[in-house]
Design a binder for this molecule. Structure first.
Ligand code: F6R
Length: 248
């Protein structure tokens, strides 16, 4: 596993955006789609704003990009203020030239009995495109990646999961209270994340320093799903000085 530490999250985000832009352009030159795995939350916001800038100011086109988001709350209306659909449109999709039929975000308004089929279909779409070229991740304070909470297995599939109490507490401000915070979500499984050809996990701030140390220097364990990335052959943790401060 690689760790790269930048002066601050703005500089770090720009460097990740540069890597993505380079990959999109290589794939364009090869007339190939570029398959991106995308995350929501606060960590990738600077990345998305830099990608928007590269589109508007430097002509970066997303016409060959196909993206799959990691997760969505369940149940969740796509146009709700808290949906990850809304987040992705506001942070990225509405500001670049990605085709609407080329981005996928797990559907938060399925009926329960359709979820299993929907999830295997989501994975089948990724496989049909040859897998994820580059997966962007954040990390939860408990080591979750996507919404693969503690206890998720390395071969876990895309599925409906129960959110950890700490995850719900972290989200409760957005939902104006714990009671209104969803208890479940649909998440890409660990297996598809591990199959991505390249993985970049971004983490900022002192609050993440403990889990960054545990994930990169601790044992590989399902208690800390991000630690599975130690077994990925092309995964990098992109950090700022605070999130890296406990590394030896
Ligand atoms: C979001 C996701 C989560 C977040 C994680 C960190 O799509 O999959 O794993 O990346 O909870 O969230 P932030 O970046 O808000 O600290």
């Amino acid at each position: 596993i690689g760790t790269v530490v930048y002066e601050n999250s703005t500089i770090a985000s720009k460097s990740v955006a540069k890597e993505i832009a380079d990959l999109i352009r290589v794939k364009q030159a090869q007339k190939q789609p570029c398959i991106l795995g995308l995350a929501t939350g606060s960590s990738p916001k600077g990345l998305y704003s830099e990608l928007v800038r590269l589109h508007k100011e430097e002509g970066l086109s997303f016409k060959n990009v196909v993206s799959f988001n990691l997760d969505e709350y369940y149940p969740m209306e796509p146009d709700s203020i808290n949906s990850y659909v809304r987040f992705m449109k506001e942070q990225l999709f509405n500001h670049v030239d990605i085709l609407t039929e080329n981005y996928y975000i797990p559907n938060g308004k399925l009926s329960k009995e359709d979820i299993a089929d929907y999830c295997s279909n989501y994975e089948a779409k990724i496989e049909a495109l040859g897998g994820i070229d580059l997966q962007i991740l954040g990390i939860g304070g408990n080591g979750h990646i996507g919404f693969n909470e503690s206890g998720s297995l390395q071969n876990s599939k895309t599925r409906l999961v129960a959110l950890d109490h700490v995850t719900r507490v972290a989200a409760s401000n957005d939902f104006s209270g714990l009671e209104k915070t969803p208890r479940t979500a649909i998440t890409l499984g660990v297996k598809k994340i591990m199959e991505a050809k390249r993985v970049i996990l971004m983490a900022w701030g002192e609050g993440k320093s403990h889990i960054i140390k545990a994930s990169t220097e601790g044992p590989v364990t399902s208690q800390v799903p991000a630690s599975f990335l130690q077994e990925h052959n092309n995964a990098t943790f992109v950090l700022d000085q605070s999130s890296a401060s406990k590394l030896t």
